[in-house]
Write a protein that binds this ligand. Structure first.
Ligand code: SF4
Ligand code: SF4
Length: 91
């Protein structure tokens, strides 16, 4: 499991340097979390740091159904979209 950032993100960048393992980075349309790097702040904070600092509640546990829906919308040309990494967007 890892955390993800939903489309509510307003690109404030508050979470980027708060992440203890640097799993958060800017993506083409908004910030995203590298699921393979995120450790849910286990061993660092009692509450995931990105969740604590995000002003709009965009950081939360990964919801596969949500990501699947966002990918489907992206294929139809919708923007902004939520992706874990730009490389996950397939033609
Ligand atoms: S849950 Fe913790 S480790 Fe994962 S992205 Fe958020 S701040 Fe980084
Ligand atoms: S703190 Fe929230 S709104 Fe700001 S960049 Fe991170 S996810 Fe987006």
């Amino acid at each position: 499991m890892s955390y993800m950032i939903s489309c509510e993100c307003i690109n404030c960048s508050a979470c980027e340097y708060e992440c203890p393992v640097r799993a958060i980075a800017a993506a083409p349309t908004q910030y995203s979390i590298d699921a393979s790097t995120c450790v849910e702040c286990d061993g660092y904070f009692s509450v995931p740091r990105c969740k604590s600092v995000c002003p709009v509640g965009a950081c939360g546990p990964t919801r596969e159904g949500y990501l699947f829906k966002m990918h489907a919308l992206a294929h139809r040309g919708a923007s902004p979209v939520v992706l874990r990494r730009p490389t996950e967007l397939k033609p």
